[in-house]
Design a protein around this ligand. Structure first.
Ligand code: FAD
Length: 315
């Protein structure tokens, strides 16, 4: 029987593993098996430069950083399985975790399965990923590629407005592409974006194509008027998708409390989910910040909450 199973191998999962391992809990991590939906190491495996994680004054690549996270957790005895959790039974203790035909019993579970940014699904989004295409202005907006140059944000909700306003600190101009004639964003956020001199809302427009070349990445975005069908190219060094995230919580549907979007709900100030002994960390329970450092911080909280709970239950 395991003390604690950790599901997910991003910053939250490995930080939880590091703390649990140093607390002698010998955690078992399911890092996931590489597939269309699963990426061992988490979202940072898809990025080049991470410039905002403390401790790396020169920056670090996402894959290098996650390799260090993994090694640090393993150094203290965390066990890593390259398997994806395909089923889980949380209705009675001990909990049962399944992968393929195999089962593991565990006293506690820490869920750190992350959230996946949504894209429109254009081939050109994939082609220019990390070469002008991003889903996180907070992460990438300050990179040299975008400084002093125009950028495009896709979406009409609060996230899109936040991303656009943040980008005005670096971009020469920000175009928000929105398919309707009214924003979905709250009035205050929408008004702020509409009034900003560096933001233009491209109403009733959808993205037709992202343009660029292999050497320089994104150079323009072709948009289409939904009424007239007319297309027009907007010069842009960056394309930021801000149409939402999908928390990776399908496994827990109907079992754990979630918000409308599917983010796990935790007791305020803790990592405790609606089932005692099950904790959540990182983007899977964070509709607001979704950063590596906040994910790591909440992984630490989850491991401490878990260790204290195990201590109280099992001594
Ligand atoms: C392109 C890009 C660039 C970014 N750049 C930055 C940056 O510069 N700075 C920054 O702070 N943040 C950045 N972020 C955000 C950052 O990556 C996330 O906030 C962070 O990775 C969240 O960590 P996490 O551990 O909660 O989840 P994730 O990193 O998403 O990891 C989740 C893990 O769970 C695994 N998993 C999911 N389901 C299962 C299952 N059923 N079984 C087993 N494993 C499973 C996945 O494979 C993955 O390993 C960026 C994000 C993206 C997409």
């Amino acid at each position: 029987m395991e003390n604690v199973v950790i599901i997910g191998s991003g910053p939250a999962g490995y930080t939880a593993a590091l703390y649990a391992a140093r607390g002698n809990l010998e955690p078992l991590i399911f890092e996931g098996e590489l597939s269309k939906d699963i990426l061992p190491g988490g979202q940072l495996m898809t990025t080049t430069d991470v410039e905002n994680y403390p401790g790396f004054p020169e920056g670090v690549t996402g894959p290098d950083m996650m390799d260090l996270f993994k090694k640090q957790a393993q150094r203290f005895g965390a066990k890593v399985l390259s398997k994806t959790v395909t089923g889980i039974e949380l209705s009675k203790q001990p909990f049962t975790v399944c992968s393929g035909g195999e089962e593991w019993q565990t006293k506690a579970v820490i869920i750190a399965t992350g959230a996946t940014a949504k894209y429109l699904g254009l081939e050109s989004e994939e082609k220019f990923m990390n070469r002008g295409v991003s889903a996180c202005a907070t992460c990438d907006g300050a990179l040299p590629r975008f400084r002093g140059r125009p950028t495009v944000v896709v979406g009409g909700g609060d996230t899109a407005m936040e991303e656009a306003l943040f980008l005005t600190n670096f971009s020469s101009h920000v175009h928000v592409i929105h398919r309707r004639d009214k924003l979905r964003a709250s009035k205050i956020m929408g008004d702020r974006a509409v009034a900003h001199e560096k933001i233009t809302i491209e109403w009733n427009s959808v993205v037709d194509e992202i343009l660029g070349d292999d050497d320089h990445g994104v150079s323009a975005v072709r948009i289409k008027d939904v009424h007239s069908g007319e297309t027009r190219d907007i010069e842009a060094a960056g394309y930021f998708s801000a149409i939402g995230h999908k928390p990776n919580t399908d496994l827990f549907a109907g079992v754990l409390d979630m918000d409308d979007v599917g983010y796990l709900r935790v007791e305020p100030g803790t990592s405790k989910t609606s089932i005692t002994g099950v904790f959540a960390a990182g983007d899977v329970a964070d509709p607001i910040y979704r950063q590596a450092v906040t994910a790591a911080g909440s992984g630490c909280k989850a491991a401490i909450d878990c260790a204290r709970w195990l201590e109280a239950q099992h001594g």
